[in-house]
Design a protein around this ligand. Structure first.
Ligand SMILES: O=C(CO)[C@H](O)[C@H](O)COP(=O)(O)O
Length: 220
């Protein structure tokens, strides 16, 4: 099975969590795209969806799936999204696709967060994948210096602007042994909009695509 087939297998398994007439949040990235396509094929009746990015909203609409504003919906029943890394407690690094801020908002507003990924995303200690941090543009240099103080090496994501008009610093070299503490520390840096660590609100369920099919992982 290719990595892409494993992503699709995880996305297919996530359909089991979608209830008729619910409102669901939908994430961003290649695994979330598989989920959108399979959701459309499934014809599960929905009240609507909330998208975590402009790209996702466009893909949902291209399938004729209703997209709503989060301010119109109240709490969401379910959020389905991919990740760049997960540890065994289902803390995540997200934001490889740049949508971390809206992803974190939609995850926070959802009753259940199902993360879908291929098996390579499950790691012992997070940090091999550079940690995305969305930053207000004028704070770029200041936040970069603060990241160096935390032991990281920040790199500007060149030529990229988020859906919110901000920049992203990808911070490599961090060994994330205490994700809750690091998330809180980075959140407190002035100029940081969002850090792509999802530890205060980790996933509830992780579905991993493996060569043998989809495997459901609960936090250990
Ligand atoms: O956080 C994300 C986007 O901001 C994605 O979920 C993450 O980058 C994983 O992407 P993919 O499913 O393409 O591997």
């Amino acid at each position: 099975m290719t990595q892409d087939e494993m992503k699709r297998a995880a996305a297919a398994e996530a359909l089991k969590y979608v209830e008729d007439n619910s409102i669901i949040g939908v994430g961003t990235g290649s695994t979330a795209n598989h989920f959108i396509d399979l959701l459309a094929e499934s014809r599960i009746p929905l009240k609507g969806t909330v998208a975590s990015s402009v790209k996702t909203a466009e893909r949902l609409k291209s399938h004729g799936i209703k997209v709503m504003e989060l301010n119109q919906t109240g709490p969401l029943d379910l959020y389905v999204d991919g990740a760049d890394e997960s540890d065994a407690q289902l803390n995540l690094i997200k934001g490889g696709g740049g949508a971390l801020t809206r992803e974190k908002i939609v995850a926070a507003a959802s009753d259940v967060f199902v993360c879908i990924a291929d098996e390579s995303k499950l790691v012992e200690v997070m940090g091999e994948f550079p940690l995305p941090v969305e930053v207000i543009p004028m704070a770029q240099s200041y936040v970069a210096r603060e990241m160096i103080k935390l032991g990281g090496t920040p790199d500007l994501r060149h030529g990229y602007t988020t859906d919110n008009g901000n920049i992203i610093l990808d911070v490599s070299g961090l060994k994330i042994t205490n994700p809750v503490e690091l998330e809180s520390k980075i959140n407190q840096i002035t100029g940081v909009v969002t850090v792509g660590l999802f530890a205060a609100r980790p996933a509830d369920v992780l579905i991993l695509g493996t060569p043998g099919g989809a495997k459901v992982v609960k936090a250990s």
